[in-house]
Write a protein that binds this ligand. Structure first.
Ligand code: RB5
Length: 142
Protein backbone atom coordinates (compact mmCIF):
# COMPACT_ATOMS: atom_id res chain seq x y z
CA UNK A 1 0.00 0.00 0.00
CA UNK A 2 1.34 3.43 -0.98
CA UNK A 3 0.40 6.31 1.30
CA UNK A 4 0.73 10.06 0.81
CA UNK A 5 0.58 12.49 3.74
CA UNK A 6 0.34 16.29 3.86
CA UNK A 7 -0.75 19.12 6.12
CA UNK A 8 -1.01 22.87 6.37
CA UNK A 9 0.84 24.86 9.06
CA UNK A 10 -1.85 23.96 11.64
CA UNK A 11 -1.15 20.27 11.16
CA UNK A 12 2.57 20.47 10.45
CA UNK A 13 3.97 19.20 13.74
CA UNK A 14 1.54 16.32 14.07
CA UNK A 15 2.01 15.46 10.39
CA UNK A 16 5.78 15.13 10.92
CA UNK A 17 5.14 12.78 13.85
CA UNK A 18 2.66 10.63 11.92
CA UNK A 19 4.97 10.55 8.90
CA UNK A 20 7.86 9.26 11.05
CA UNK A 21 5.54 6.83 12.81
CA UNK A 22 4.44 5.30 9.49
CA UNK A 23 8.00 5.14 8.14
CA UNK A 24 9.12 3.36 11.33
CA UNK A 25 6.29 0.86 10.90
CA UNK A 26 7.60 0.08 7.41
CA UNK A 27 4.86 1.73 5.37
CA UNK A 28 5.62 3.10 1.91
CA UNK A 29 4.72 6.73 2.67
CA UNK A 30 5.55 9.98 0.94
CA UNK A 31 5.44 13.45 2.50
CA UNK A 32 3.93 16.20 0.31
CA UNK A 33 4.54 19.00 2.84
CA UNK A 34 4.09 21.55 4.22
CA UNK A 35 7.56 21.69 5.66
CA UNK A 36 7.31 24.36 8.35
CA UNK A 37 4.98 26.23 10.71
CA UNK A 38 4.73 29.09 8.21
CA UNK A 39 1.16 29.94 7.27
CA UNK A 40 -0.04 28.26 4.09
CA UNK A 41 -3.29 27.25 2.37
CA UNK A 42 -4.77 23.82 3.14
CA UNK A 43 -6.71 23.52 -0.17
CA UNK A 44 -3.42 23.39 -2.11
CA UNK A 45 -2.16 20.43 -0.10
CA UNK A 46 -5.49 18.62 -0.20
CA UNK A 47 -5.61 19.01 -3.98
CA UNK A 48 -2.07 17.66 -4.47
CA UNK A 49 -2.82 14.59 -2.36
CA UNK A 50 -6.19 13.90 -4.00
CA UNK A 51 -4.82 14.26 -7.53
CA UNK A 52 -1.97 11.88 -6.71
CA UNK A 53 -4.47 9.29 -5.47
CA UNK A 54 -6.75 9.78 -8.47
CA UNK A 55 -3.68 9.31 -10.74
CA UNK A 56 -3.10 5.96 -9.01
CA UNK A 57 0.29 7.05 -7.69
CA UNK A 58 -0.95 6.30 -4.15
CA UNK A 59 -3.69 4.15 -2.59
CA UNK A 60 -4.50 6.25 0.45
CA UNK A 61 -3.95 9.77 1.75
CA UNK A 62 -3.71 11.43 5.15
CA UNK A 63 -4.43 15.15 5.49
CA UNK A 64 -3.97 17.16 8.67
CA UNK A 65 -4.95 20.76 9.39
CA UNK A 66 -6.11 22.53 12.54
CA UNK A 67 -9.52 20.86 12.64
CA UNK A 68 -9.36 18.42 9.73
CA UNK A 69 -12.49 20.06 8.39
CA UNK A 70 -11.02 22.33 5.71
CA UNK A 71 -8.95 19.45 4.38
CA UNK A 72 -11.97 17.15 4.25
CA UNK A 73 -14.19 19.74 2.54
CA UNK A 74 -11.56 20.24 -0.15
CA UNK A 75 -10.79 16.54 -0.55
CA UNK A 76 -14.46 15.63 -0.97
CA UNK A 77 -14.78 18.02 -3.91
CA UNK A 78 -12.75 15.50 -5.93
CA UNK A 79 -14.80 12.81 -7.64
CA UNK A 80 -13.44 9.45 -6.55
CA UNK A 81 -12.14 10.75 -3.24
CA UNK A 82 -13.95 9.63 -0.11
CA UNK A 83 -12.48 11.63 2.75
CA UNK A 84 -13.39 11.02 6.39
CA UNK A 85 -12.68 13.62 9.05
CA UNK A 86 -12.06 11.52 12.15
CA UNK A 87 -11.57 11.99 15.86
CA UNK A 88 -12.54 8.55 17.21
CA UNK A 89 -11.53 4.92 16.70
CA UNK A 90 -15.04 3.57 16.06
CA UNK A 91 -15.56 5.90 13.10
CA UNK A 92 -12.10 5.04 11.78
CA UNK A 93 -13.11 1.39 11.60
CA UNK A 94 -16.59 1.99 10.22
CA UNK A 95 -15.59 4.43 7.51
CA UNK A 96 -13.22 1.84 6.09
CA UNK A 97 -15.75 -0.99 6.35
CA UNK A 98 -18.74 0.92 5.01
CA UNK A 99 -17.49 3.93 3.01
CA UNK A 100 -14.19 2.57 1.65
CA UNK A 101 -12.72 5.96 2.56
CA UNK A 102 -9.45 6.61 0.77
CA UNK A 103 -8.46 9.82 2.56
CA UNK A 104 -8.20 10.27 6.32
CA UNK A 105 -8.38 13.81 7.69
CA UNK A 106 -7.92 14.91 11.25
CA UNK A 107 -7.29 18.03 13.25
CA UNK A 108 -4.06 18.60 15.11
CA UNK A 109 -5.93 21.00 17.40
CA UNK A 110 -8.65 18.40 18.04
CA UNK A 111 -6.92 15.10 18.84
CA UNK A 112 -3.64 14.30 20.55
CA UNK A 113 -0.73 12.35 19.08
CA UNK A 114 -1.64 9.02 20.70
CA UNK A 115 -5.23 9.16 19.49
CA UNK A 116 -4.06 10.16 16.02
CA UNK A 117 -1.76 7.12 15.87
CA UNK A 118 -4.54 4.79 17.03
CA UNK A 119 -6.92 6.19 14.41
CA UNK A 120 -4.28 5.90 11.67
CA UNK A 121 -3.52 2.27 12.61
CA UNK A 122 -7.17 1.23 12.56
CA UNK A 123 -7.92 3.14 9.37
CA UNK A 124 -4.97 1.64 7.48
CA UNK A 125 -5.58 -1.92 8.70
CA UNK A 126 -9.36 -2.18 8.31
CA UNK A 127 -10.66 -3.68 5.08
CA UNK A 128 -13.66 -2.45 3.10
CA UNK A 129 -16.59 -4.85 3.46
CA UNK A 130 -18.11 -4.16 0.00
CA UNK A 131 -21.30 -6.28 -0.25
CA UNK A 132 -24.35 -4.15 0.53
CA UNK A 133 -22.15 -1.05 0.80
CA UNK A 134 -20.84 -1.19 -2.76
CA UNK A 135 -24.01 0.18 -4.36
CA UNK A 136 -23.99 3.13 -1.95
CA UNK A 137 -20.31 3.89 -2.46
CA UNK A 138 -20.90 3.92 -6.22
CA UNK A 139 -23.81 6.34 -5.71
CA UNK A 140 -21.41 8.87 -4.15
CA UNK A 141 -19.87 9.66 -7.53
CA UNK A 142 -23.11 9.72 -9.52
C1 RB5 B 1 -5.50 27.33 9.96
O1 RB5 B 1 -5.47 28.27 10.97
C2 RB5 B 1 -6.81 26.55 10.00
O2 RB5 B 1 -7.84 27.34 9.54
C3 RB5 B 1 -6.70 25.29 9.20
O3 RB5 B 1 -5.62 24.53 9.66
C4 RB5 B 1 -7.88 24.34 9.24
O4 RB5 B 1 -8.26 24.07 10.56
C5 RB5 B 1 -9.01 24.65 8.38
O5 RB5 B 1 -10.00 23.90 8.32
Amino acid sequence: MKIVIASDHGGFELKEKIYSYLLNKGYDVQNFGTDSNESCDYPIFARKVCNAILNDDFNKGILICGTGIGMSIMANRHKGIRAACLSDKYSAEMTRKHNDSNVLCFGARVINEDTAKEIVDIWLETKYEAGRHQKRVEMLDK
